[in-house]
Unconditional design. Structure first.
Lengths: 267, 734
């Protein structure tokens, strides 16, 4: 059983609001000074899910793949410290500024290149853009079945049994291998790495791959291959207006409030 | 107002120095041998007990053999531990500890009743042993000195200490059987009854023997000698009433003598099998007591090369840690003061020590044998897991590392390092951590501070303060704000108060602003020594690069870490807690508290400023110099103060148990009737902000927690800070 975990390094979601800045000219988030990027929490949970399946099966391999800059090594090491066996960093300037589709294409190519992959575990969405597309698109490109928003996953004979979160409950589905699973926070907390594993992870080398290694043409990835155009990135202005409702008695005030809310079409 | 102290004063120490008179008296006796002309006052040694001499020597030889055997048996078990570095450094200090803590028993006397009781029993045993030794010397050496005035004097003090011993036994019996006294019954065993009743019998039979002898030999012939042995004299008078025939009295004498000697030796033999071994182990453990600060945890050297991280197997403790398990007398003092135990949480330091001791006895011999045969550490020998089965995870997590147990332990056991060693194993080796504590650790790794989810920046507190100087190496002091001081809403007013007071005092100082990172204390106390070392090394380098020499902190944990722990990383800085700096500034006049603050306050000693670093006076001096403020102490105060509940990383944990420690402590503060609860630690303040409303749900008249700097800020600049907080304004006007 060889499971691939897709992991993304994102700007720290806990960046204090006062330190979160956007460059209007380039439509990009300005990296906050002194605040290091982190592994997307959903991906850490996906790694936990993959590791539990490997451990339950008693054998197998977990490979963590990340597309990103050199700094994403930290995210890969974190998953290695949790217990993953190998790490792959897809680092090429050509990959930058793409959309969900180009990202999925790069990741899917890497998965194909690895060859013997039985399952791909992704977070349900990256905690920065919250699109939730990449996992689905990887399945589409690889033509594999996909189970989304999993709160549980386990091996059942030759298939994967996935418990999914629905709007009004849960369902359990059986998925044949190879398959893609996107994991939700309902799954539970990712593990805290043990020190021996942290130190082993520190010694592991992460394989680097570029567009050429994956047989991809720079024109089909990154900004060049992107189908999605970002129009404008901005921080919404928050405002508050306070109006005191007049009236001599509470009854009158309530009546005035109701007509005001009606007038504003709020009720 | 002089701050109340609870370290023993000179007079108390002298009383503790019981051995002085006893030794002096014996010396007098030897002096008498050489000088006094022989007169006939004296007695026949082994009077009426023909078989006596050989019996005593056989018993004595057996006892010595038993003691040696017992010691070797214990020592071989301690020997499975790791080496203990530095035990023979600071010898003068260690000898002082042995004298004060081991012989004068400073700690035993922290409970006055027990102190008197123990003094009575111990001094009686020691003096009566000396008495017996003198009898032996008289009988079996050419020295003859038990005659004349010295003999009478000898008779007197022998009897005196016999009576003192009986008083001690009486006090012990009262506490054990008649008083509503709990701590000694938390782990009561058969031996406890045997020890105390046995000692009482030894003393009583001693008097009977003496009384019988006096009745036969002295009462009529030398009544003026007899009265010196006043105890025996009284017994003789008592026996006289029965009008026994002389041979009956002689029979009684001989029979009781045998009983007396047998019980005495059996009792001494129990040293090997019972907690009586503290007779030797307590003073030895006083010698082994650490001579550096209690606030310092041991550094794991070459951490990357360890096979196992922390202590998860009994043989990974140092042998000193194993040795002290044997010193424990199950007195319950540690558990009695343990905040976790007081709040009904699953930790009792006494049971922890006893469980470790029992585990060592269970698996120690097998480990020894395995080592002998295989030469490896034998970690797989024990059938039960030390951490998780012998000692539960939740027990280890409940500890506040507050040091109250260490402070009270009469045999100088250090629980905190032992507990943290096992936590280290839990966290680093096993990664078994309560979720919220894990969150704090992950946050430290990812963001360099433990405050998950804060929306503040390290510079937020500076808003509205005008020019805040950044430290560039030219200033005298670095004002270290700390993670709580900058990232927790409630602590920002404390930070600004300290800042304004420093500026007002004219001190030359700067801050690091964005460049501050956590010094690692939460990681170390939570057991992640690896993370701690990374953070500490980083910060020591930053300090050195910036040429930091003197640091002022507003947090006792930062203070303790810089002062006591950074020297382990070659970081030597002069570190002041803000209370120290501010009290000095007030004394030399650079700060003046001119605005009266009419407030009844009570003061909470944080563990890491108080017990761990002995700073009790500076904060009280500040309160004293605030015009209008009156201080009411809580019942548990100074070195007996109770933790707020946050220590040892419990700031980031969910508490399990009946109550929360901060509620208990808040209640104690509220019971003083004060309107403000003054502390010196950002964690304490947060704990009380939560705890006080839980105990006083009514907002009206509710006690308010403040840092001492906030109090002083009002007194120096006028009560501005309180204007924003109406509840406090109400408080300070009453
Ligand atoms: S350090 Fe404090 S909390 Fe921990 S065992 Fe000792 S008294 Fe209890
Ligand atoms: S550890 Fe110390 S204080 Fe606690 S029961 Fe044992 S001897 Fe008493």
């Amino acid at each position: 059983m060889h499971i691939v975990v897709c992991a993304k390094q994102i700007p720290d979601p806990e960046t204090p609001p006062s330190a979160f800045k956007i460059d209007a000219a380039t439509n990009k988030v300005v990296p906050a000074q002194g605040i290091a990027p982190v592994l997307s929490q959903f991906d850490a949970i996906a790694a936990e899910a993959a590791l539990r399946i490997k451990e339950a099966g008693g054998e197998g391999k977990v490979t963590v793949i990340s597309m990103g800059a050199e700094s994403a090594q930290a995210a890969i090491k974190q998953v290695l410290a949790m217990g993953a066996d190998e790490g792959v960093l897809l680092n090429d300037p050509a990959f930058e500024d793409g959309d969900s589709h180009t990202t999925a294409k790069v990741l899917a190519s890497a998965i194909q290149k690895l060859g013997d992959v039985d399952a791909v575990f992704c977070g349900r969405q990256a905690a920065d853009w919250d699109m939730g597309q990449v996992g689905l698109l990887i399945a589409e490109i690889l033509d594999w079945p996909v189970a989304t928003i999993a709160k549980g996953a386990s091996l059942e004979g030759e298939t994967l049994s996935v418990e999914r979160v629905l709007a009004d409950g849960f369902e359990t589905v059986q998925v044949p291998f190879p398959a893609v699973v996107t994991v939700s926070n309902e799954f539970g907390e990712p593990r805290y790495p043990k020190l021996p594993q942290i130190m082993a992870a520190a010694k592991k080398t992460v394989t680097q791959m570029k567009a050429g290694d994956l047989g991809l043409d720079p024109s089909e990835v990154g900004k060049a291959g992107s189908r999605l155009q970002l129009q404008k990135l901005f921080i919404p202005e928050k405002g508050a207006q306070v109006e005191f409702i007049a009236g001599d008695t509470p009854q009158e005030q309530a009546a005035a409030l109701v007509s005001k809310l009606r007038a504003d079409k709020l009720i | 107002m002089a701050a109340p102290r609870d370290t023993p004063n000179r007079a108390q120490r002298l009383v503790g120095g019981w051995w002085g008179p006893a030794v002096g008296m014996s010396a007098l006796g030897f002096y008498a041998t050489a000088t006094a002309p022989r007169d006939e006052a004296g007695r026949e040694i082994f009077f009426n007990v023909p078989a006596g001499p050989w019996a005593v020597y056989v018993f004595f030889a057996a006892l010595v053999g038993l003691l040696v055997w017992g010691f070797v048996r214990h020592a071989s078990l301690w020997g499975i531990g790791r080496p203990t570095p530095g035990l023979f450094r600071d010898i003068p200090q260690r000898l002082r500890n042995t004298a004060r803590l081991g012989l004068a028993q400073d700690k035993v006397r922290r409970d006055r009743y027990a102190g008197i009781m123990h003094w009575c029993i111990m001094s009686s045993i020691v003096v009566l042993t000396l008495v017996t030794a003198q009898v032996a010397i008289e009988a079996d050496t050419p020295l003859n000195f038990l005659h004349g005035d010295y003999y009478l004097f000898f008779s007197f003090y022998g009897d005196l200490f016999g009576v003192i011993g009986l008083v001690g036994v009486g006090m012990a019996l009262y506490r054990r059987y008649f008083a509503d006294f709990h701590r000694i019954r938390w782990d009561e065993r058969l031996e406890d009854h045997i020890i105390i009743v046995g000692l009482g019998l030894v003393l009583l039979t001693g008097f009977v023997v003496e009384g019988a002898r006096i009745l036969v030999t002295e009462l009529d012939a030398h009544p003026d000698w007899a009265v010196w042995s006043f105890g025996g004299f009284a017994f003789a008078k008592g026996l006289e009433i029965f009008n026994f025939a002389e041979d009956q009295v002689l029979f009684l004498h001989e029979a009781t003598w045998w009983v007396h000697v047998s019980i005495a030796f059996l009792w001494l033999g129990m040293i090997v099998f019972t907690r009586l071994d503290h007779l030797f182990f307590a003073p030895i453990n006083a010698f082994f007591l650490r001579t550096d600060s209690q606030g310092r945890l041991a550094k794991i050297e070459n951490i990357e090369e360890q096979e196992v991280f922390g202590v998860g197997y009994v043989q990974d403790f140092t042998w000193k840690q194993l040795f002290e398990l044997d010193a424990c007398v199950r007195c319950g003092r540690c558990t009695d003061v343990c905040p976790a135990n007081i709040a009904g949480q699953p930790l009792s330091p006494m049971h922890l020590i006893q469980d470790l001791k029992a585990h060592l006895a269970d698996v120690g011999p097998a480990i020894q044998q395995h080592r002998h045969e295989h030469g490896d550490a034998g970690r797989e020998v024990s059938p039960v897991a030390l951490v998780g089965e012998v000692i539960l995870d939740e027990t280890l997590w409940a500890c506040r590392t507050c040091g109250a147990c260490v402070q009270e332990c009469p045999v100088m056991i250090e629980h905190v390092p032992t507990i943290v060693d096992m936590r280290r194993f839990l966290v680093m080796n096993e990664a078994r951590i309560p979720a919220t504590a894990q969150g704090a650790l992950e946050n430290l790794e990812m963001r360099g501070h433990p405050w998950r989810g804060t929306s503040l920046e390290r510079t937020t507190w500076m808003e509205g303060l005008g020019d805040v100087p950044l430290f560039d190496g030219s200033q005298e002091y670095l004002y270290w704000v700390g993670c709580s001081g900058s990232l927790v809403e409630r602590n920002l007013p404390v930070t600004t108060a300290v800042f304004r007071l420093l500026r007002e005092s004219g001190a030359s100082f700067g801050v690091l602003g964005q460049e501050e990172t956590c010094n690692g204390d939460p990681a170390r106390r939570l057991g992640n020594e690896y993370l701690y070392q990374i953070l500490a090394q980083q910060l020591v380098e930053t300090f050195k690069a910036k040429n930091v020499q003197k640091v002022i902190t507003n947090c006792p944990h930062c203070f303790n870490t810089f002062k006591n722990e950074y020297p382990q990383f070659d970081g030597y800085f002069e570190v002041l807690h803000h209370t120290e700096f501010l009290s000095k500034a007030m004394q030399d006049g650079s700060l003046k508290a001119t605005h009266p603050i009419a407030a009844d306050v009570t003061y909470h000693d944080s563990c890491y400023l108080g017990r761990m670093n002995g700073i009790y006076d500076a904060p009280r001096q500040i309160i004293e110099m605030v015009p209008g403020a009156t201080l009411t102490e809580m019942q548990r105060t100074l070195s007996k103060g109770l933790c707020c509940g946050a220590g040892g990383g419990n700031m980031w944990q969910e508490e399990v148990g009946e109550r929360r420690v901060n509620h208990v402590r808040s209640e104690e503060a509220i019971n003083t009737g004060a309107s403000q609860l003054i502390s010196n630690c950002p964690f304490c303040i947060q704990m009380f902000e939560d705890g006080v409303p839980a105990v006083q749900p009514e907002e009206e008249g509710r006690m308010r927690p403040f840092d001492i700097a906030e109090l002083l800020e009002d007194a120096v600049f006028g009560p501005k800070a309180k204007e924003e907080t109406p509840a406090a304004a109400g408080d300070s006007s009453d």
